[in-house]
Design a protein around this ligand. Structure first.
Ligand SMILES: [Zn+2]
Ligand SMILES: [Zn+2]
Length: 428
């Protein structure tokens, strides 16, 4: 009861502060520029770890604002540092900047016609996840805040991060590499915010979840060793294909029979089975490759341990051998509960309380989680669906039909500016 009362008073004082910012005018004035940047970047997308021109544009803009700029972080990343007039903590705002090997099918004046080479193949390139909007929004936030350093109690670090979708095979990249290269140090970041545009969430709305919001993603490989024999005489060998099928089956029982699913969701998917060369040979070995999605680290450990035990035990039961390799993968996008709660009034203020929605976890993954492993962070979803589109009209991420309505960007600028200023203000 005491806590609830304290929170109410706290919230009220924060809202008052938000109105006092007086940033509305600067934010509204920047909307047309943000849309222009977004369209320009949409028209010239670049693949992960190849965001050279994109990075140049970002760096040029930040420099023009008098922001201290570092380039070439984690290959093509750009980091800007804006010091406020008042002392205080350091808050980071992150935008990912890479596009995908997808050929755009939309009929837009700023449609992408860019092609590039990806893994030896000529492919279309498209901002099919909406990272173009993230760049434009954060460029807008930088401009608004650079004009208002008298309202900043501390420092804002702008992180423009390459390769969120994953570096090409054999390369490092993304948030993990940025953290390794020290993006959260000098000055040390105290908290970090990020957003993702959602083509499924209507413009004007914001969605969030405290705790595990997006899943950890781990790639796994199971190697099954049997004994080769003639297909007509299975008794002369040990069939790894048969054993593989039993392991696929067994893995599903870990999720359905062993995990406490009321706590959080979990997924084990075998995406590839391979083994054998022709119809009448029982091969020597077989391989399973798949993905594990979890939203809680205890559950992740349980799944990892049980998959290893189960694969080995099932193989043993059929006289074969199996080993399981599980990559550390991408961590859980874990929204720090205290930071989330403290930041909500800022979002509600900007979007209207009725437009800020608590949602269920998403089994997709986000490499924003690498920052959240080191510092408290809050990652939320911003509506990008055309308000005139019907409820049955979908523009799914990572597809040629992916589409974001420009009218959603303004709320992104408002939300990011607001959470940053409010964070610094309340922790001064
Ligand atoms: Zn994506
Ligand atoms: Zn994305």
């Amino acid at each position: 009861m005491k806590n609830i009362l304290a929170l109410a008073v706290f919230t009220a004082s924060l809202s008052l502060h938000a109105q006092e910012h007086g940033l509305e005018k600067d934010i509204n004035a920047i909307e047309s520029k943000v849309i222009e940047w977004r369209r320009d970047i949409h028209q010239s997308p670049e693949l992960s770890n190849r965001e050279f021109k994109t990075a140049e544009k970002i760096a040029k803009h930040l420099k023009s604002l008098g922001i201290e700029v570092q380039t070439g972080v984690a290959h093509t990343g750009v980091v800007g540092l804006l010091k406020g007039k008042h002392p205080g903590k350091v808050v980071a705002l992150r935008a990912d900047i890479d596009a995908l090997p997808v050929t755009e099918r939309n009929d837009l004046p700023f449609k992408s016609n860019v092609t590039s080479e990806y893994l030896g193949q000529e492919v279309g390139v498209m901002h099919a996840c909406g990272h173009d909007t993230h760049i434009a929004i954060l460029m807008g936030v930088a401009e608004v805040l650079a004009k208002n350093t008298d309202k900043i109690h501390g420092t804002v670090k702008f992180i423009f991060q390459p390769a969120e979708e994953g570096a090409p095979p054999g390369e490092q990249g993304g948030a993990e590499l940025m953290v390794k290269e020290g993006v959260l140090d000098n000055p040390k970041v105290d908290a970090i915010y990020g957003l993702h545009i959602g083509s499924y969430l209507p413009v004007g709305h914001i969605a969030y979840k405290p705790g595990g919001a997006l899943a950890a993603a781990q790639r796994f490989v199971v190697n099954i060793k049997g004994k080769q024999s003639h297909g007509s005489q299975p008794w002369g060998g040990i069939d790894p294909i048969y054993v593989a099928s039993k392991i696929v089956d067994g893995f599903q029982s870990i999720v359905s029979r062993e995990l406490e699913l009321t706590k959080e969701a979990a997924v084990i998917t075998v995406g590839k089975i391979s083994g054998g060369v022709r119809n009448n040979i029982i091969p020597e070995s077989a391989e399973l490759i798949g993905t594990i999605r979890t939203l809680d680290y205890d559950m992740q450990k349980q799944v990892n341990d049980r998959m290893k035990e189960m694969a080995a035990d099932i193989a043993k039961a059929y006289r074969a051998e199996a080993t399981v390799e599980i990559a550390k993968g991408v961590p859980i996008t874990y929204n720090d509960p205290a930071l989330t709660e403290a930041s909500l009034p800022s979002l509600q203020q900007m979007a209207g309380a009725e437009n800020v929605h608590l949602i269920k976890a998403i089994t997709g993954a986000e490499d924003f989680s690498f920052y959240q492993e080191k510092v408290p962070g809050f990652f939320f979803i911003l509506g990008g669906k055309d308000p005139n589109a019907g409820p049955d009209e979908h523009f799914p991420h990572h597809t040629p039909d992916f589409k974001i309505d420009d009218s959603g960007l303004l709320l992104g600028v408002k939300a990011m500016s607001e959470v940053a200023l409010d964070y610094l203000y309340r922790s001064k």
